[in-house]
Design a protein around this ligand. Sequence first.
Ligand code: AMP
Ligand code: MN
Ligand code: MN
Ligand code: MN
Length: 272
Amino acid sequence: MNIDLHSHTACSDGALNPAALIQRAVENGVETLAITDHDTVDAYRDLGPHEESVALIAGIEFSTQWEHTGIHVLGLNIDLDSDAIRTGVRFQSKARLERAQRIGANLEKQGIRDAFDGAARHSAGHYIGRPHFAQYLVESGQVKSMQAAFKKYLGDGKAGDVRQHWADLPQVIQWIRDANGIAVLAHPLKYKMTRTRLKRLLEAFVREGGQGLEVVSGKQLPHQTAGMAQLCAENEMLASCGSDFHEPGRVWAELGRFPSLPGRLTPVWERF
Ligand code: AMP
Ligand code: MN
Ligand code: MN
Ligand code: MN
């Protein structure tokens, strides 16, 4: 079975609108898909009649932080109409706007003018994020590529890396649980933590009510999958997998194209 539980649309920082994303899922043989936009569920509201050959799992990817590291938590199989999701989305949307203003001010101090307005032009709806600042930086000729924009201005520890506005980890887990969803720690390898620190994060995550770990995130190497599978089993967590698809052309994050979960783990969809 081809199950992809992590993907983005243009409602956050993806390139495709929800209908086009679902079309691509069909073409790639995905049978079950979760759309997990950053801090928004607008994709589900925009969705008209769609291909019935794909089963949709309602999802979201909340931004938060743990011990000063920015981390992402997926809420899978959530009740979209719950008070908890409405509250969470409203809180994060306000936090995003305040954060974007701060990013704009920080970039201004680096000599980059009008970054907030420039980023806002590239953003749609409630989501304004660092990729929109990156687009503005490229468009205005400050840097040559999105990668360079993150490297110089927006990535870890740079002027545009503003984290303190998000709801904290216990809060985002609680919103997901209150919406009858399952909280899954997204792409654990992306945080570049030592194994010791990642273990501590997982302990805190489980203590707060988190249940799942994204053991497979896009195309990854066998030893990486084995390492995450071991952490998943040690903490008695549910295993999740997804591409983290944003746009066509990123070969390491193509919809439905990633290694399968090791068989000895309990897949998160058994609890849907
Ligand atoms: P934000 O939600 O504003 O914190 O933006 C985070 C998003 O920026 C991530 O979900 C990625 O899609 C994107 N991103 C993070 N790092 C990079 C990078 N080095 N190059 C390109 N995109 C990135
Ligand atoms: Mn993203
Ligand atoms: Mn993420
Ligand atoms: Mn993502």
